[in-house]
Design a protein around this ligand. Sequence first.
Ligand code: GDP
Ligand code: MG
Length: 598
Amino acid sequence: AKLELIRNFCIIAHIDHGKSTLADRLLELTGTVAKRDLQEQLLDGMDLERERGITIKSHPVRMEYAAGDGNTYELNLIDTPGHVDFAYEVSRSLGACEGALLLIDATQGVQAQTVANVNLAFKQNLKVIPVINKIDLPAANLELCYEQMEEVLALPREEALCVSGKTGEGVKELLEAVVSRIPHPELLDIPGTAALIFDSNYDTYRGVVNYVRVKNGTFRRGTRIRLFNNGIESEVKEVGFFSPEMRAADELTAGSVGYLLPNLKSPSDTKMGDTITDVKDPCPEPLPGFKEVRPMVFSGIYPIDTADYEQLKASMGKLQLNDAAFLYQAETSAALGFGFRCGFLGLLHMEIIQERLRREYNCDIIATYPSVIYNVYMKSGEMIPVDNPVFLPDPSGIERIEEPIINCHIMIPSEYIGDVMNLVMSKRGICTNTVSVDARHVIITAEIPMHEILIDFHDKLKSMTRGYGSMDYEPAGYRADKLVKLDILVNGEPVDAFSSIVHTDMAYGRGRQLAERLKDVIPPQMFQIAIQAAVGGKVIARESIRAMRKDVLAKCYGGDITRKRKLLEKQKEGKKRMKQIGQVNIPQEAFVAVLKAT
Ligand code: GDP
Ligand code: MG
């Protein structure tokens, strides 16, 4: 299409404010998908996404819209995830757009991630259209939304559109606003052909699929291309767009969004944020790229049954093809054997990967306690980054340990200020600022060690504020503190998978709690089991599990063979989900219990 007739935009919002539902309405109203074919939340492809109501990958979709001005426009919509863990995906998608629809749930108002997303959009110079959604709900409070828009986002209330993604009210007007307010794409000042890879996918049948925004020139089947990042050359096998299924096209022209199939075997050859150019008509420099994604949270993932190692490895490889932010490398654990050290963007990202391994790839896995990266400064002057407590050097050689700190913005109704401040303090945080957003809401800014928010901070915040609290964070450097390694010993053997690095003041409480939890979840065995928590070789807590002779067959009197067999099978299955550590069988739940104990 002509540049003047293209609009590229995305929808940004706090999670659950209705992005996917609104996207469905747009698809329907533009006739991209007939109503009868519309499953709910069409763009959320993975089962897990639907279940959890989050969008993990961005799916660009092209719509044709006959506008009130008599022209037919090409609208490219990119759905974006709303969770902090996926902020990198949001910013990547924004790079392919000229405008953004900012959704605000009329019953919830502005939330922490709304603010974070708007700031990202402004940074990328996007035209932001504020959209107040869910106006069909009786609890909708438009006045509050207007007030917050002006106060927090500095967006005039006159610019807001009111819609319901559910009933479709106001959606037609919204499409008109997209056409009239969002600027059309423009060519770059530099010569040559260039497209930005803003996402990639790996399709079993087609191989690497790059989602691209063409900035200059035209790409066709057969175009000889070069990737800027690594200089690799290839030939375009196919170009096309999503509508919402993949549809091959003759060409992808400047200003458009679509997909491109390079003739590459290895998905790792194309990098998100990279520039693709035409070998015959190269552009002189790469497009402004994106920040390299760096994992912040690490955890070990091990097969429960060592025989499944190869299968787990293959599954991780496949997962990574669709999620470049997920990193893994082989490691071994004294307790768990051969497995992988994995890096994630945040805790939600970690949970999603683990769940996908279990569900989509059928892997029986154990995940160890998550860790951040500690900077360990040795007396020798050396600095050792440690992402696994097991590798913390001997304390005698350590001069100091620094841990990552985050700057956290927490938005809550004013009545919860006291509770939330206490929560922040209990997590070794410092409140640095409090500003009121409107008559009823405040944003608390706090510096908190990242390690402390890994497990349950977000859950606690949610329940404490009846779901109204929301948070967003950015890294804020490193800071030294009194940190020690807390070991857990089962029958005298340290179980490295249970180790964690904790603050000295918290070591005793956590050690005791862990020992108690483990006592509850490790079933009695033929001998007594001692569970100890220790810091620097000194035992600080101890529990024991009494011996029990577990003979399931004793329960069956008489000779009911089938019943016996069933029981034996059941017992076998029970064993399968246990991990043998030394002589002790530790069930999978124990590893989860350790995770949840804080
Ligand atoms: P996302 O996380 O931003 O993609 O939000 P979803 O589109 O998944 O919507 C979250 C929830 O809000 C779902 O239960 C939707 O059915 C509901 N929802 C979305 N839009 C509306 C709306 O306009 N009105 C009402 N009543 N509910 C809506
Ligand atoms: Mg969604």
